[in-house]
Design a binder for this molecule. Structure first.
Ligand code: NAP
Length: 437
């Protein structure tokens, strides 16, 4: 048997992901040693409650509540506690003492990424975070390494499993948001407090991480435009289907070029995706990230975006990378923010829209609506009218489904305001962006 140098791995957290990481590390130790070129000794596991039940049977003597003592003397610290504090302090302590850090903590990286990466740079250590965006799906390493020689143009990601599960069931069953959410909570797909998922906060954190990597630019979380899915109704889903679309919560990270000047846009919102697009066939709680690069063209990364053992796979891949770096020596590869592109606010972004209006079914209504759109600088591509009165009598209401050409968000929202204020429009039913055409 090959004799390897021994590296001490400190695990912080033994919850859904941490317990699986510990289990796999102990079970596949010999194999991992061959791959890493180092023996990976699980030095200990820091938790809050020593008596809490664990998903995997683990030796009791490994557990401690003294995270600081465990970190000191570790070669690799695996942070799987989640949240900001004490995860941030422990991560900085680990880096300060020369350890490499592996983390799945999107909240920490999206809010304190620059501080963490600077601390790593100061000592030449590395931070690995493959599991922080889209769980088991390899997307960080492809963006950081495989596409390092290319220029990413756009990323469109389904990066939140809970919302994809909800929208997918609404689409396949015609069910209402509240009913599917309640069911998702019962089945464990959604948290008791679903805010982080359904309001798009979780997806926004992942969007910030992906955009930073793809565009070599620090992307503060506050610059990510965010909308959730709570306003999506069964009606909107049905209308989308009739028009050949499916509604998905997308994280869109885009490189924009205006008269030779580059900028980026990072945004999260529910959007209409053509049924023929690869992202339209991402069902259930799965995630997918669709990357368009100048030379490589379109690339699709698909799989489990969460789950304890699935996420543990990505974490252990990072542990092996960290071990290889330790053995090879030299300084870690820092985060690149050299491009430092300006981040444009949502008002300046252009997309196609589908606007659904309830209007009075009277002569001249279409002309009034068309006039307001044209005054607002929004050019119409398609109009579909459905009349609510089946006998064809006037005086009832009709639905207008208007597809626009690309329009700037600012112009569009001002136009929607004037449509809403118009006498002929009874209700603005929905305004959705179209992505992926
Ligand atoms: P979890 O089930 O809530 O487990 C958290 C663990 O951290 C628990 O073992 C807890 O100890 C420990 N912990 C929390 N605060 C602590 C403190 N102050 N001191 C010591 N230990 C502490 O979390 P998880 O689902 O495994 O997620 C871990 C990380 O992975 C998070 O950053 C999450 O965003 C990320 N992630 C999770 C998934 C997923 O599918 N779950 C997917 C991708 C990324 P006790 O057990 O004693 O309470």
């Amino acid at each position: 048997m090959t004799e390897y140098r021994r590296l001490r791995v400190a695990l912080l957290g033994a919850g859904a992901v941490g317990s699986q990481v510990a289990g796999l590390l102990l079970r596949h130790g010999d194999e991992l040693a061959d791959r890493a070129g180092a023996e990976l000794e699980l030095a200990g596991i820091a938790v809050r409650n020593l008596d809490a039940p664990r998903d995997v049977a683990l030796p009791r003597e490994l557990f401690t509540t003294d995270a600081e003592a465990l970190i000191t003397g570790a070669d690799i610290v695996v942070e799987l506690m989640g949240g900001i504090e004490p995860a941030r302090a422990h991560t900085l302590l680990a880096l300060g003492s020369g350890a490499d850090v592996v983390t799945a903590n999107k909240a920490l990286l999206a809010t304190h990424g620059p501080e963490v990466f600077e601390a790593a740079d100061r000592v030449g250590a590395s931070v690995y975070y493959e599991a922080a965006a889209a769980g088991a799906i390899p997307i960080i390493r492809p963006l950081r390494d495989s596409l390092a020689g290319d220029r990413v143009v756009r990323i469109m990601g389904i990066v939140n499993g809970t919302t994809n599960y909800i929208l997918d069931r609404m689409d396949s069953e015609g069910a209402d948001f509240a009913d599917v959410l309640a069911d998702a909570q019962r089945l464990g797909y959604a948290e008791a407090d679903p805010t982080a998922d359904v309001e798009g906060y979780d997806a926004a954190q992942k969007a910030a991480i992906l955009a930073s990597l793809a565009f070599h630019t620090a992307v503060p979380l506050e610059t990510v435009h965010r909308e959730g899915i709570t306003a999506i109704t069964a009606d909107m889903i049905e209308e989308a289907r009739d028009a050949g679309f499916v509604i998905k919560l997308l994280a869109v990270c885009e490189r924009l070029v205006d008269e030779g000047a580059e900028s980026i846009s990072v945004r999260v919102y529910p959007a209409l995706v053509p049924r023929s697009h690869p992202l339209a066939s991402v069902h259930g709680a799965n995630n997918a990230v669709f990357v368009e690069a100048e030379a490589a063209g379109p690339l699709m990364f698909y799989g489990a975006g969460a789950g304890g053992v699935q996420t543990a796979s990505a974490v252990l891949g990072d542990v092996v990378s960290a071990a290889r770096r330790h053995i090879a020596g030299g300084t870690g590869v820092g985060e690149s923010t050299r491009a430092n592109l300006p981040i444009v606010p949502i008002g300046h972004v252009t997309t196609r829209y589908q606007i659904t209006l309830e209007v009075s079914d009277a002569p001249g209504v279409l002309a009034t609506v068309a006039g307001l759109l044209s005054e607002g600088g929004v050019s119409v591509a398609t109009v579909l009218q459905t009349v609510a009165e089946p006998n064809g009598e006037e005086g009832g209401t009709a639905r207008l489904i208007i597809g626009t050409h690309r329009a700037a968000e600012q112009a569009l929202s001002a136009t929607v305001d004037s449509l809403a204020a118009s006498d002929v429009v009874e209700r603005v039913v929905s305004v959705l962006r179209v992505e992926g055409e």
